[in-house]
Design a protein around this ligand. Structure first.
Ligand SMILES: [Zn+2]
Ligand SMILES: [Zn+2]
Length: 160
């Protein structure tokens, strides 16, 4: 017996897949992945504030409303979207994929594709959004993306 660690020495968590599993907190995430595989019939939703919080669909809403990790998140979003201070979190400027030239040739069909730069831009937006906690609501995310797009197009115009 080499282990001298006492039970309860470290914080433990009860596995949502099987209440008999009492897991050390630092191993919990790994355990969850294993247990999710072992219990494919138990479908649990992941808390948006903490990936180790898993609940049945009908219980998730109740949990989300009183999730202990939610406080940090709310404070963050509040400071970002409050209008106090910078509108967007300080992200390092990422090289933006250069939009293709508006016209390759005189193909009239270009009118039908008047947003050819949309996808790469969207990708860049998403990448930036993900650098924030990545937990904004869809409307907040859209607002953020819009602000970013506006900002980038202004920069673009200034450089031309
Ligand atoms: Zn388990
Ligand atoms: Zn939670």
């Amino acid at each position: 017996m080499a282990s001298t660690k006492l039970a309860g020495y470290e914080e433990t968590v009860i596995c949502p897949y099987n209440k008999c599993h009492v897991i050390l907190k630092h191993r919990f995430q790994t355990h969850l992945i294993k247990c999710a595989r072992s219990y494919p019939e138990i479908v649990l939703e992941t808390c948006p504030f903490d990936v180790t919080h898993r609940y049945r669909k009908e219980d998730l809403q109740a949990h989300v409303e009183e999730c202990p990790s939610r406080e940090n998140f709310d404070r963050y979003v509040y400071s970002v979207s409050n209008g106090n201070g910078p509108k967007v979190p300080p992200v390092e400027p990422t090289p933006r994929p250069k939009p293709p030239p508006p016209k390759n040739d005189d193909d009239e069909d270009w009118d039908h594709y008047n947003t050819p730069t949309y996808d790469p831009q969207k990708y860049a937006m998403n990448a930036k959004v993900l650098r924030t906690p990545g937990l904004m609501t869809p409307s907040e995310r859209r607002k953020f993306a819009d602000a970013e797009r506006k900002r980038l197009s202004q920069i673009d115009r200034r450089q031309q």
